[in-house]
Design a protein around this ligand. Structure first.
Ligand SMILES: NC(=O)c1ccc[n+]([C@@H]2O[C@H](COP(=O)([O-])OP(=O)(O)OC[C@H]3O[C@@H](n4cnc5c(N)ncnc54)[C@H](O)[C@@H]3O)[C@@H](O)[C@H]2O)c1
Length: 250
């Protein structure tokens, strides 16, 4: 096992969007980053991108909905580095569907990635994070805080991530680990590019989620994650920080 003084961050969903921006931000902050994603090609593209080639970034193809893959990858990262200081659970999928048309496969996949993925990676990483007084950040969504039509399955996973964040924060309140969540509004990523709304929805029910301030860029969410794992956020534990341009204020 290699021991390093450099702090080690693990980021899931690292091949795209908020995860990729988080990898870059944490590398710039001096972390060595382990980037996890199911998308091997996207990870390789990240690892070879000129903006990060001067930093230490290791890539791991991992399907976060598999307990075995999460535990195996986290143990490999610990074996290689001798420590883990940060886990950012960013991987996620979204789908807009009429509730009555959600298939068993779609429901299970949504829960597998967005909810079980956060749980399994956290379960594997927390024992290591406790040893380093580390920090864990889950990416939830404002749709876990407000009722959102046509995304019942997605919203259920994000509400559960918020509840899980608070419960984990309480279970480990006597350690020095910090556990928080960010809840973004709309962010300009592939998830939104690939998002298609069924033709026959009532647009009046969707308007409340549009907000007034447009979409955030992934770097704006990554900056908040980077703040939450920094010493400047040392009193923040069990919090859900909305990053939604005021969407959930009204
Ligand atoms: N984009 C938004 O508007 C928005 C709003 C609120 C919350 N979020 C949340 O932010 C997180 C990141 O989303 P994004 O917008 O950057 O989307 P994105 O599609 O750009 O990135 C998501 C990444 O997760 C990866 N992923 C999907 N399934 C996986 C699996 N089984 N195992 C490992 N990796 C997997 C994808 O390959 C992709 O690289 C998600 O949890 C999403 O729910 C996004």
């Amino acid at each position: 096992m290699t021991k390093t003084e450099t702090k080690i961050a693990v980021v899931t969903g690292a091949a795209s969007g908020i995860g990729k921006a988080t990898v870059i931000t944490l590398l710039e902050q001096g972390f060595r980053v382990s980037a996890l994603d199911i998308d091997t090609e996207g990870l390789e593209e990240l690892a070879h991108s000129p903006s990060i080639e001067k930093y230490e970034c290791d890539i791991y193809t991992t399907n976060v909905s598999s307990r075995n893959e999460c535990h195996t990858t986290i143990e490999k990262i610990f074996e290689m580095n001798g420590r883990i200081d940060v886990l950012a659970n960013v991987a996620g999928i979204a789908r807009s569907e009429h509730m009555t048309k959600v298939s068993e496969e779609s429901w299970n996949q949504m829960l597998g990635v967005n909810l079980s993925g956060v749980f399994w990676c956290s379960q594997a990483a927390i024992p290591h994070l406790i040893k380093t007084n580390g920090s864990l950040v889950n990416v939830a969504s404002c749709s876990g805080l407000m009722g959102q039509a046509y995304t019942v399955a997605y919203s259920a996973t994000k509400g559960a991530v918020i509840s899980m964040t608070k419960s984990m924060a309480m279970e480990y309140i006597k350690s020095n680990i910090r556990i928080n969540a960010v809840a973004p509004g709309s962010v300009n990523t592939k998830l939104v590019d690939n998002y298609s709304i069924p033709d026959d929805v009532d647009m009046n029910l969707i308007k409340p989620y549009m907000g007034f301030r447009g979409m955030a860029e992934p770097e704006e969410i990554a900056n908040v994650i980077s703040f939450l794992v920094s010493d400047d956020a040392r009193r923040i534990h069990g919090a859900v920080i909305t990053v939604d341009g005021g969407l959930t204020a009204g």
